[in-house]
Design a protein around this ligand. Structure first.
Ligand code: URA
Ligand code: SF4
Length: 192
């Protein structure tokens, strides 16, 4: 069992917070273990819970579209969430659930050691940025900035973005998200 497989096995059997009760499947995350870019969303939604995979519903379709527009394929990146089980009615994850679940995310970050971390939505940003020593503001203010950070002992560029689910219903957010993906691509080319 490699280190990521160990995380997956533990997540699938995990009952450390109450979210296990409502799940069909835990969603550990998936993608390339050598990924340069790691995406962190909020929590599984309905489709993700059914399939056990991250971002496979409507927001996932938009994410795929944004990735391919700037020349990334889904299997060259790694995609996961702050919490690994679906909150009832897709409510926000509770602070206690985030605290209980994020040791898994931290292990995944250490395993991947990405050069870029893209946080999708406010929950991922407000978990990751303070961990790297930054204050988090509203997503409207912080999205599209590049935070050069030291996280868990290695150097990483953190780029907060809007959540694709928000962009589904708001054309302005969708434009911003497209712009931020272009920025990600530029930074990726510039720093390779
Ligand atoms: N929204 C998220 O934050 N994560 C998913 O995996 C799907 C939708
Ligand atoms: Fe465990 Fe995280 Fe699922 Fe809670 S959300 S049961 S901590 S894997």
């Amino acid at each position: 069992l490699d280190a990521m497989e160990a995380v997956e096995v533990e997540v699938k059997a995990c009952r450390k917070c109450e979210l296990w009760r409502g799940r069909k499947n835990a969603v550990p995350g998936e993608g390339n273990l050598d990924a340069t870019v790691m995406f962190i969303g909020e929590a599984p939604g309905y489709r993700e819970d059914v399939k056990g995979q991250p971002f496979v519903g409507a927001a996932g379709k938009l994410l795929d579209e944004m990735l391919s527009r700037v020349g990334f394929s889904r299997d060259e990146v790694y995609i996961t969430n702050v919490v690994k089980c679906r909150p009832p009615e897709n409510r926000d994850p509770l602070p206690s659930e985030i605290e209980t679940c994020t040791p898994y995310l931290d292990r995944q970050i250490r395993i991947i050691e990405p050069k870029f971390i893209v946080t999708l939505g406010k929950h991922a940003a407000s978990y990751i940025l303070p961990k790297a020593g930054f204050e988090t503001g509203s997503i409207t203010e912080i999205h599209g900035r590049v935070y050069e950070a030291n996280l868990l002992g290695f150097k990483v560029f953190i780029i907060p973005m809007y959540h694709p689910a928000a962009a589904l219903y708001n054309a302005k957010y969708k434009d911003e998200l497209n712009r931020d993906f272009q920025l990600l691509r530029l930074e990726f080319e510039r720093r390779r």
